[in-house]
Ligand binder design. Sequence first.
Ligand code: AMP
Length: 112
Amino acid sequence: MAYDNENVFAKILRGELPCHKEYENDTALAFYDLHPKAKIHILVIPKGPYEDFYTFHAQASSLEIEGFYQAVLHVLGTVKSSGYKLVTRSGIDGGQEVPHFHLHVLGGQKLD
Ligand code: AMP
């Protein structure tokens, strides 16, 4: 599956669409989900063109992977005291809507 440069998160990364930014470093961006499923719902994405968890971890450089997890740890710092849930989807069966790898960080309330 080729990476779709016109997906919503690619547009956010190019500055063509706005986002409510929580954190950014050289290789990753964290921003609030437009339709939050919990009191805190933040998405963490790599800046590189990777469709899903597998592609990112199979193809990204160690610097990109380090930067991504640095962003995840930063975001978890805001919710870790009361707990959190991490979710990532891939493809049709996984119910992925946006074909750019993203990790949902959910917290701020009791989660199912
Ligand atoms: P997934 O179903 O795992 O692909 O999740 C995609 C997520 O992206 C959903 O939770 C959407 O609410 C969220 N989303 C879609 N467009 C935007 C946007 N422009 N800004 C922030 N979040 C978005």
